[in-house]
Design a protein around this ligand. Structure first.
Ligand code: RIB
Ligand code: CA
Length: 317
C-alpha cells in the first residue's frame, strides 16, 4: 500500500492524543513526525504528552519537535478546564524516556516538507503559531506541502471558546489569519462537523474488554473530557475534533466539502477569532480553502473505535 506521509502540528491534548493513536492505527498513513505547540496545555506539557503517547503506542521512533509556547500577538490561553492540568485528563502517561529533536518545530516542519516536495500532508490540530512562522521563514513551503488539513474554526456553528470563536483560532487568530490566506491547499475541519462526532461512554466501554494500556489511556483521558462536555455543554460523551480531522487524511468520504473564501476576524472586538465563509461570494474573493460542512459522524466514530481496538490488540499488557 502506498502510504500517505503525514506530519502533525498539535497541542496534546485529549482529542489530539486520540488523533495520534488513530494515525498509528491506520495502515494508510506513515507518521513522519510530531511538532508540538502551546494550546490545550503548555508547550512543555504538550511535548511530554506527545512523547508519552508515542511510547504508549510503541512508536517512539517517530521524531517530536518542540514549538512555540506563546501566540504571535495574543496573551497565552490554555485549557486546563477542558483537558486537565496535565493535558490528558485523568490519564497517567509514563515519564517519557525519548527526547525531542534538537530543532525548533519551525525548522523541523520546514526541513521535513522541503525534503519531500509534494509528498507531505500537514495535519494541524492546535493553534497555528508554528505553521504561521514556518511559512514566513520559508515561503516555498506553501507550494511544497501536498495538502494541509486544519481542525479549526466555526463557520455556521457557535464558538466553543467565545460565543463566536473556536479554540484553535481564538488562541492565535493572527496565526490562523496568516495560514488561511497563505495559498496553501487547505481543508478546514470546523466545529460545524466535529460537533456531530461524539465518542460515547459505551464506545469507550467497548474498548475495555481488551487487555492493553491503550484502552485504559482512552478511558482515563476521555472520562475527564466527558465530564467537561457534560458540565459546560450538556453533551453525553466527548467531541473528538482532532481525530475527525486526522481521519479525513485517509477517509475523506466521511465528510462533504464546499470551496469557500474564509476570513478570520483579527480586529480585536467581540468577534475576535471568528471564522466566516463568504457563501454568497459578496467579497468577490476566490476560495482559499475546502471546508467540511457535512459529516457521516457515526461512521467516523465506528471507524475510530474499530481501529483503536485493533491497535490495542497489537499492544497487549
Ligand atoms: O476547538 C477544538 C480544538 O481545540 C481541538 O483541537 C482541541 O484539541 C483544542 O485544541
Ligand atoms: Ca488540539
Amino acid at each position: 500500500m502506498n502510504q500517505k506521509r503525514i506530519l502533525f502540528d498539535t497541542d496534546p491534548g485529549i482529542d489530539d492524543s486520540l488523533a495520534i493513536l488513530l494515525a498509528l492505527a491506520s495502515p494508510e498513513l506513515k507518521v513522519e513526525g510530531v511538532s508540538v505547540v502551546h494550546g490545550n496545555c503548555s508547550v512543555d506539557q504538550a511535548l511530554t504528552n506527545a512523547l508519552g503517547v508515542l511510547e504508549l503506542a510503541q512508536a517512539s521512533h517517530i521524531p517530536v519537535a518542540r514549538g512555540f509556547e506563546l501566540p504571535l500577538v495574543q496573551p497565552s490561553l490554555l485549557a486546563p478546564e477542558t483537558h486537565g492540568e496535565g493535558g490528558v485528563g485523568y490519564a497517567k502517561l509514563r515519564t517519557p524516556k525519548t527526547k525531542p529533536v534538537a530543532q525548533h518545530s519551525v525548522d523541523f516542519l520546514i526541513e521535513r516538507i522541503m525534503s519531500a516536495p509534494g509528498e507531505i500532508t500537514l495535519v494541524c490540530i492546535g493553534p497555528l503559531t508554528n505553521v504561521a512562522v514556518a511559512i514566513r521563514k520559508e515561503p516555498r513551503l506553501i507550494k511544497a506541502v501536498k495538502e494541509v488539513v486544519i481542525m479549526g474554526g466555526a463557520i455556521r456553528h457557535e464558538g466553543n471558546t467565545t460565543p463566536l470563536a473556536e479554540f484553535n483560532v481564538y488562541v492565535d487568530p493572527h496565526a490562523s489569519h496568516m495560514v488561511y490566506h497563505s495559498g496553501m491547499p487547505i481543508t478546514l475541519v470546523p466545529l460545524d462537523v466535529t460537533y456531530h462526532c461524539i465518542l460515547t461512554p459505551d464506545d469507550v466501554q467497548h474498548l475495555q474488554k481488551i487487555k492493553s494500556p491503550i484502552p485504559t489511556f482512552v478511558a482515563d483521558a476521555t472520562r475527564f473530557y466527558m465530564e467537561f462536555h457534560d458540565e459546560y455543554q450538556q453533551i453525553k460523551g466527548c467531541i473528538i475534533n482532532d481525530a475527525l480531522a486526522l481521519a479525513l487524511t485517509f477517509a475523506p468520504e466521511l465528510c462533504d466539502y464546499e470551496d469557500h473564501y474564509v476570513e478570520v476576524d483579527i480586529t480585536g472586538g467581540v468577534s475576535m477569532g471568528k471564522t466566516m465563509a463568504d457563501f454568497y461570494k459578496l467579497t468577490k474573493q476566490p476560495a482559499n480553502m475546502k471546508v467540511a460542512l457535512g459529516v457521516r459522524a457515526r461512521d467516523f466514530i465506528e471507524l475510530f473505535v474499530e481501529r483503536v481496538e485493533k491497535l490495542s490488540e497489537s499492544i497487549p499488557g
